[in-house]
Design a protein around this ligand. Structure first.
Ligand code: SAH
Ligand code: SF4
Ligand code: F3S
Length: 450
């Protein structure tokens, strides 16, 4: 079977799609370009209305291929699959498989069954009570040198927080921690395949271990265990909820040498009134205390965040407080979104909706401020040295050499020019930063890559 996977949404989906591609490859199926595909798999996101609508427009677009060859079919996986379920097949008859996040591990078997029986349809949207292991799939690589050197490792599924704007708990289910032994053995297997950087993944990693599937190991303990694996150059984790970040996790930034000095810590709003309405269970003072603690533990830590503007009831004063917090913390990067009503959430039922134009204006002001902070922060890097882990070639290539792109420990993108013909993916190199661009840095290598 020739398959083509389209992925939307967060790193969870990226990681799930990677696993699915590997699992299908191990079973003898082949990844193919869109116009060669026999089956399309859409791994979808439902966090705002826009990515949900994108799924329907993509299905509409793919219908062209299916009209030409009726044997072609589509599978919808991920959060929109869970949200809409069976109705997806009714609206788009060529969708013959609908898989919620907990059903994904059945995808290889289900796709084979459907290819054999063109009259069948499957909808797998049951939630499980515990974290079920997926079969680990490691295909032989034609070019082992091209294997990725950074990897995600899932440590939990779902979320119990029910922030009032968020659909994730409804589409990913309750929080289920993965047994630490399985996490460590996946990390070990990745390191043996040459991976140098691991990112532990979950919707709220700081509450790892606190649910019924927890095994008495806290997130801080897990971090120590993973960091101790030999050969691991860099460890990261995402996403963190401020209400659950333990003092031990904050201290870990000062204790674990390979824990990278970067943290994505979603703030969502700088107004205590709005934070309370969002059900976030922390306030500005608590957030700032965490930031102080992090900077004490690791003075060079770089912070990123997520922000929502135009939450129901947000006034100009509330929004000004968000701007003030962004300035005060000095986030080097942020993802900011206009509030979007999600079906079934508590905020959807709140009456005081903010006018879309007003929210758009606030979004632009916030992004302007962020761009200024980002620019200054990146400018401060010029002249400094940093160790870059090369991931691949840069998107833009100019001049005689070849530009390689990687990240520094603080997750900044760095582009470095090298002579043609080198294979640098997965190599580390000390680099001197020479120039700051809008969202990235330029540098020159000053030592041998290793
Ligand atoms: N579990 C993570 C992120 C979940 S979704 C966390 O708690 O931080 C990623 C981001 O999407 C959120 O941080 C939030 O900023 C944004 N988001 C979620 N629901 C939204 C909505 N209804 N409208 C606008 N943005 C939303
Ligand atoms: Fe959504 Fe809140 Fe859970 Fe994050 S912590 S996934 S924002 S409910
Ligand atoms: Fe989107 Fe689902 Fe991730 S809603 S953000 S793909 S958890």
């Amino acid at each position: 079977m020739k398959f083509h996977i389209l992925t939307f949404g967060c790193q969870m989906n990226v990681n799930d799609s990677d696993w699915l591609a590997r699992a299908l490859t191990v079973q003898g199926h082949e990844a193919a370009a869109e116009d060669q595909a026999e089956v399309f798999i859409l791994n979808t996101c439902s966090v705002r209305d826009k990515p949900e609508q994108k799924v329907y427009s993509e299905l509409g677009r793919l219908r062209g291929y299916l009209d030409a060859n009726p044997a072609i079919f589509a599978a919808v996986a991920g959060c929109v699959a869970q949200q809409i379920g069976q109705k997806l097949c009714e609206k788009f008859p060529f969708v013959r498989l609908v898989l919620g996040p907990d059903g994904l591990r059945h995808a290889p078997a289900a796709l084979e069954e459907l290819a054999e029986h063109p009259d069948r349809r499957l909808v797998l949207t049951e939630f499980l009570d515990r974290f079920e292991e997926r079969e680990q799939a490691w295909p032989e690589l034609a070019e082992p040198e091209a294997a990725p050197r950074t990897a995600f490792v899932n440590i939990m599924q779902g979320c119990d927080n029910f922030c009032t704007y968020c659909i994730v708990p409804f589409v990913r289910g309750r929080q289920k921690s993965r047994p630490p032994k399985a996490i460590l053995s996946e990390c070990q297997a990745l390191l043996e395949r040459g991976v140098r950087e691991i990112t532990l993944l979950g919707q709220n990693v700081n509450s790892f271990g606190s649910d019924a599937s927890g095994m008495g190991v806290s997130f801080a303990q897990l971090l120590h265990q993973v960091a101790a694996l030999s050969e691991l150059d860099r460890l990261r984790f995402t996403t963190s909820h401020p209400k659950d970040i333990a003092p031990e996790v904050i201290r870990a930034f000062g204790e674990l040498e390979n824990l990278a000095p970067h943290l994505h810590l979603p703030l969502q709003s700088g107004s205590d009134r709005i934070l309370a309405r969002m059900g976030r269970k922390y306030d500005r003072a608590r957030y700032l205390a965490i930031v102080d603690g992090l900077r004490q533990a690791r003075p060079d830590i770089v912070l990123g965040t997520d922000l929502i503007v135009g939450f129901p009831g947000e006034t100009e004063e509330d929004f000004d407080q968000t701007l003030a917090m962004v300035e005060r913390v000095g986030f080097e990067s942020s993802y900011s979104f206009k509030y979007s009503d999600r079906p079934g959430t508590a905020a959807e039922r709140m009456p005081e909706k903010v006018d879309s134009q007003v929210a758009q204006g606030r979004l632009l002001r916030l992004q302007d401020l962020q761009n200024t902070i980002t620019r200054n922060s990146l400018k401060n890097c010029v002249g400094r040295e940093a160790v870059v882990l090369y991931e691949g070639l840069s998107r833009v290539q100019v001049g005689a050499g070849v530009f390689w792109q990687g990240r520094d420990p603080s997750f900044r993108i760095v582009n470095v020019e090298h002579p043609k013909g080198l294979k640098l993916a997965g190599k580390l190199q000390t680099v001197r930063v020479t120039q700051a661009k809008k969202h990235s840095l330029m540098g020159e290598g000053i030592g041998r890559p290793w």
